[in-house]
Ligand binder design. Structure first.
Ligand code: NAD
Ligand code: MG
Length: 341
């Protein structure tokens, strides 16, 4: 049975007795630093001297230091840099300042799971991973809520690592929503699988293939856009609120019959076999090795594929249609206002 923790399960004094360094001030970094600060935690933000985030963090009332200086001062270091940058920054500026009794925290297990970072013995290693973008982590906190999060421990030197992680999750607001205990391996592998197969990779490929099929058959691109992309939000909202059965209850019987009989022809045995291959590439480390090498080489394939995606007709058709539907982008504007851009 899964272990879920809420506010009453956390001991707020554990993280309150720590000096916390939040390294990075991006999507997650700004939310962690601000939420912890507002929860009365002693926080400093570790940034590069030339970082453009420095002024923003200071304007928000946070103390900013260099990465090494913040790591040296703190006894709990939350690393919120891009996953591809973490190992180099850790080696140069964090590892030299780790002492027995310190804790190193992550919001994603990638670097620990694939052995890119190996903290020394005597140091607690834990994860507090919100299941949502940083802007939501900040906004829900200010509204009195929280974002559900995963916690895990990969090294428990103090014997208190899990309790400390839960205390941190509490200061972040996550225990208001629910904190699920997991492992670095499970979080990392399911997160990569989810984004590759379902949430990002599978979904975007499905939408684009549907759009292309309709356009190639001579239908107006605008019709194809509405059908294959715009309406997706309505369906996903229903699934999010009521599950798949609830969504099916809300659509017409014709839509439901088509769903039940045609869906399995799209996601067939070949697709399922490919899903298992992708999971295997994640588990055996070959995806991680490929991505780290791509990043070190300056991301040639990544940039090429990204550019091709951006110049796909679905983008120009979509931009035109969305410009006539200001209500569609209104929510996004609000997030940007709250995060300060
Ligand atoms: P981000 O790209 O939004 O922010 C990274 C920050 O690090 C920025 O402030 C950037 O200026 C700084 N930075 C980059 N390179 C640096 C360097 N070499 N030295 C010092 N600072 C540097 O990253 P993010 O999306 O907040 O991700 C941080 C961590 O949180 C990752 O482990 C990620 O997997 C995890 N995570 C992200 C999300 C999300 O929705 N964004 C959700 C859950 C977990
Ligand atoms: Mg994820």
């Amino acid at each position: 049975m899964a272990k879920l923790y809420y506010e009453n399960d956390a001991n707020p004094s554990l993280v309150r007795s720590r000096k916390v360094a939040v390294i990075g001030y991006g999507s997650q970094g700004h939310a962690h630093a601000l939420n912890l600060h507002d929860s009365g935690i002693d926080v400093r933000v570790g940034l590069r001297p030339e970082s453009s985030s420095r002024a923003k963090a200071e304007a928000a009332g946070l103390r900013v230091a260099g990465v090494a200086e913040a790591a040296a001062e703190a006894d709990l270091i939350m690393i919120l840099l891009p996953d591809t940058e973490q190992a180099a920054v850790y080696q140069a500026e964090i590892a030299p300042h780790l002492a027995k009794g310190d804790a190193v925290f992550f919001a994603h297990g990638f670097n620990i799971r694939f052995g890119l970072i190996t903290p020394p013995p005597g140091v607690d290693v834990a994860m507090v991973a919100p299941k949502g973008p940083g802007h939501l982590v900040r906004r829900t906190y200010t509204e009195g809520g929280g974002v559900p999060s995963l916690i895990a421990v990969s090294a428990d030197a103090s014997g208190q690592a899990m309790a400390l992680a839960l205390s941190y999750a509490d200061a972040l607001g996550a225990t208001r929503a629910g904190v699920l205990e997991t492992t670095f391996a499970e979080e990392t592998e399911t997160d990569l699988f989810g984004e590759q197969v379902v949430l990002c990779g599978g979904l975007t490929a499905l939408v684009m293939a549907g759009f292309e099929t309709l356009v190639e058959a001579g239908y107006q691109p605008e019709s194809a856009y509405f059908e294959c992309l715009h309406e997706l939000k309505l369906i996903v909202d229903l699934m999010y609120e009521q599950g798949i059965a609830g969504m099916r209850f809300s659509v017409s019987d014709t839509a439901e019959y088509g769903d039940l009989t045609r869906g399995p022809r799209i996601i067939d045995d070949r697709v399922r076999a490919e899903m298992r291959r992708i999971l295997e590439e994640i588990k055996d480390g070959s995806f991680a090795t490929e991505w780290v090498a791509e990043d070190r080489a300056g991301r040639p394939r990544f940039n090429e594929l990204r550019a091709a995606g951006r110049s796909h007709p679905i983008e120009s058709v979509g931009a035109e249609l969305r410009s006539m539907m200001p209500f569609v982008t209104a929510g996004r504007q609000r997030l940007e206002d709250i995060s300060g851009g």
